[in-house]
Design a protein around this ligand. Structure first.
Ligand SMILES: [Zn+2]
Length: 416
């Protein structure tokens, strides 16, 4: 431990010399402020910088622009340390742990693994800043895609099948984020906000049994707590980025949620829409349970007959069978009518035999797993209550990391 600390200190003093070898990055008596004015040189200023090796003092030429009323420090831009006392390397580490685990655990990991001593609050703040920077990049990409000005993805090989899978999951939030929203528990007050998550992946082949195989490392994720309208452009932009324009087939996978199919109709016109088979099966099991009870031969009979019809994509037979049910209670009658409505509305999204013949995925397991890993394992740990802003920053951070874009993000920040 002591040895490592000493070597860190030596490395640190070398780094300090190196960082100050330019004499502060003086670029003359005046420079362009970035807004078309001249900013004049004032003095050299010191900044205490926490780096991976140690704390160092960095000398930087400070300029001031009178019209803007702002200071300009070219060297901070070059070193990517504008408005922060942490080097990109240290911030990256904080984002790495802050995206992965609770901020306090992240702080401990930084201390043990890297000898970097910071507060829990700092890990939280920097992780959120990084998430917000990622989101800012996403937003400007999205703007370009939505304006239709760019062809963002051109590849020689056409993507055979491109899937867009969408789901929602609750994130526990602080009380003020749910004011006036209805919840499901006995208090009637909402305690969570829905995060929408989407993933895009591709498929080239099927296995020997004819089942769809997802292309390795082809899954990217986007997500946020936001309206369906905003999420619609988010997932659309992601699909475009992934080469949707060149895909031979586009498939939308989701459960029965109305907002998902609203997005599909608006942004993915002509795509094949598929309701997750396992959700549809749950609907059947629910009816069977209501009408026949669980510990019952009739439950199994009815349920397995409907499942066969479902596998065959014979939704009309299911609707007919539901129509033949004569439950006694008014409540159950109403439930059955709701289910008939569900199967009617989604009939074309349940032609499973046909989808299987085409070698398509019929389950949205990928996005459900995504909800568990990206949201559940980080944002839904016990005792956690998020602000929407904080949650969205961490969701952006995790989506970036899980999509294999973390490296790319830091490279995009490096100047020169
Ligand atoms: Zn200016």
């Amino acid at each position: 431990m002591a040895v490592r600390a000493a070597s860190h200190r030596i490395g640190g003093s070398l780094l300090e010399k190196l960082l100050n070898a330019d004499g502060g990055g003086y670029e003359g008596v005046s420079i362009d402020c970035g807004n078309g004015h001249r900013a004049r040189f004032v003095e050299h200023r010191q900044k205490a910088l926490t780096t991976v090796l140690s704390n160092v003092d960095v000398t930087r030429a400070y300029y001031h622009c009178d019209p803007c009323g702002d200071g300009v420090i070219p060297k901070d831009l070059i070193l990517d340390i504008v408005d922060t006392g942490f080097s990109p390397g240290v911030r990256r580490m904080m984002g790495q742990v802050g995206g992965k685990e609770a901020f306090d655990d992240g702080r401990k990991d930084l201390e043990v693994l890297a000898g970097v001593l910071v507060t829990t609050k700092t890990v939280e703040r920097i992780s959120e800043v990084i998430g917000e920077q990622i989101e800012r990049q996403n937003r400007s990409e999205r703007k370009q895609v939505m304006s239709g000005k760019v062809v963002p993805f051109v590849s020689k090989e056409r993507v055979p099948k491109l899937y867009v899978a969408i789901d929602g999951t609750g994130v526990p939030v602080v009380a003020r984020e749910t004011e006036g929203r209805k919840g499901k528990d006995e208090t009637g007050k909402a305690k969570t906000r829905e995060a929408k998550l989407g993933c895009v992946f591709t498929q080239t082949t099927v296995d020997e049994k004819g089942y769809a195989v997802r292309d390795k490392d082809s899954t990217t994720y986007v997500g946020a707590i936001e309206t369906a309208v905003h999420f619609g452009s988010r997932i659309y932009a992601e699909a475009v980025k992934r080469g949707m324009a060149q895909a031979k087939q586009v498939i939308i996978l989701g459960d029965g949620a109305k907002w998902i199919w609203g997005i599909a109709d608006e942004h993915f016109h002509g795509a094949i829409q598929i309701v997750d088979l396992y959700h549809a099966r749950e609907h059947l099991a629910k009816v069977a349970k209501l009408v026949h009870g669980v510990e019952n031969r009739k439950f199994d009979e009815w349920n397995s007959a409907r499942r066969d019809e479902l596998d065959n994509g014979d939704v009309e037979a299911i609707i007919a069978a539901l129509g033949r049910l004569r439950p006694n209670s008014k409540g159950t009658q109403k439930e059955v009518r709701t289910e008939i409505d569900y199967f009617r509305k989604n009939a074309e999204r349940m032609r499973y035999a046909d989808f299987r013949r085409q070698g398509l995925f019929v389950g949205s397991g990928v996005v459900e797993a995504g909800c568990k890993t990206i949201i559940g394992q980080r944002l839904k740990l016990s005792g956690m209550h998020w602000t929407v802003r904080g949650a969205n920053a961490i969701i952006a951070l995790r989506c970036c990391q899980m999509s294999g874009r973390w490296e790319e993000f830091w490279e995009s920040r490096a100047i020169g």
